[in-house]
Design a protein around this ligand. Sequence first.
Ligand code: SAH
Length: 496
Amino acid sequence: MSGRVHLVGAGPGDPGLLTARALELIAEADIILYDRLIPPSALDGARADAELLYVGKERGGPSVAQEQTEELMVSRAREGKTVVRLKGGDPFVFGRGGEEALTLRAAGIPFEVVPGVTAGVGASAYAGIPLTHRGLASAVALITGHEDPDKDEAASHWRALAAFPGTLVLYMGVRRLPDIAAALMAAGRPGSEPTAVVEGGTLPAQRTISATLETIAEAVRREAVNPPSITVIGPVAALAEELSWLPVRPLAGRSVAVTRARAQASGLARRLEALGARVVQAPVIRIRSLSEPDLPPLDLSPYDLICLTSANGVAALFERLEAAGGDARALAGAKVAAVGAATAAALSEHGIVADVVGESFVAESLVEALADVEVKRALVARAREARDVLPDALRARGVEVDVLALYETLVEPLPPLTLEAARQADYVTFTSSSTVRFFVQAAGGDAGLSPGTRIVSIGPVTSRTLREHGMEPHVEAARHDVDGIIEALLADVTSA
Ligand code: SAH
């Protein structure tokens, strides 16, 4: 029997604007075909075994052809799968949802349409612009700015829109805005009409640029406005000044590059976004587990101390244990020690409360914390290429130490646009020595950060590595974890 396709709107960006039905379907889907403009965390609730396929456009890059996306929807549904086609905003507003529905109907595949908050409505609301308002506007037009205003038939289109008695909301039009504003004015729309551009509406870094139809093009150029943005033209646009209600967030308008591995980056990225920063995800590290299927099961019984030095190590250890049918009980006979709170938190997700936790994330802190713990034989489970501080210190106390390399870190090449965005960011964060080394490697041997970019280091070890690579950290966290990074960044922003 054929599966079903759900054409689902994900709203304009704030995850809170996903509908209850959208969340329900995301959680059920066998396969999710998603676009670039969906909320960053929209896929968090997907099943672990769901197939997640990006079918959107890279800015300036190629996109998966529409026909290909539609073919995929049809073929997966024919396999009996539950397909979610997840789009930014509303699927039937400039979302090609209509075309997809027609294809599905022609193929005889049942479908459902889940509306979403469209960007024009969502971004306006978050900017404090009521699209209709008694006495100011009693009609709204949603318009695509894709049409070239210089084309003949388009000229008449813009003439008609200039005469529209109500608010104009332009989608996809930031690049064409100068031409569009000119065409509207040439057709009689007053240059003095209030006009607002809302950039990244409902997203953490939302900005509103207010001007008039005559001055908006210059304002947008001056403020370097980026997509996604909508433009609201009409007297209601002036209400933003009085009705804007989003609190100004401390990192608003700042871009921050996050270089740590994608799997670990989301915590830091989300905190930064919640503070208003525009996050450039530039993961230069990939974690590769070293457990091979034919390794003998891990025997932890000889040890009275097991040391974990990172959350990655915890994940890799449990992967290895579980692959052999084992579980947390393998650690029952030993004391468990963790370097840093994040490692301890990863352990507690597996039901293990660490006996000893080194306060900061450097190995030295654990050496100190272990000073009074009696140990005969210890296992240090960690990355292949880690420092030997902990094993050496334990051996110096006469402890028999085995080192188990559980994973290795590999360089992840950055797409040129991402690298450039990271190099131009207001801040670049380095959360370990390997993020420094791999960033330099991913950048082709020279980090090439722009002179205005401020370098944020998680602590002294990372700072040393930065200096070895010719970079002087501007900010060093006093606490060597995500909280510490955030604290240091906020302090730097307020002192600047
Ligand atoms: N189906 C979508 C629109 C897709 S077209 C919807 O209903 O919202 C893409 C355009 O939508 C962008 O070029 C931009 O104009 C607008 N857009 C999408 N997300 C936006 C956001 N968060 N803030 C402002 N405009 C946004």
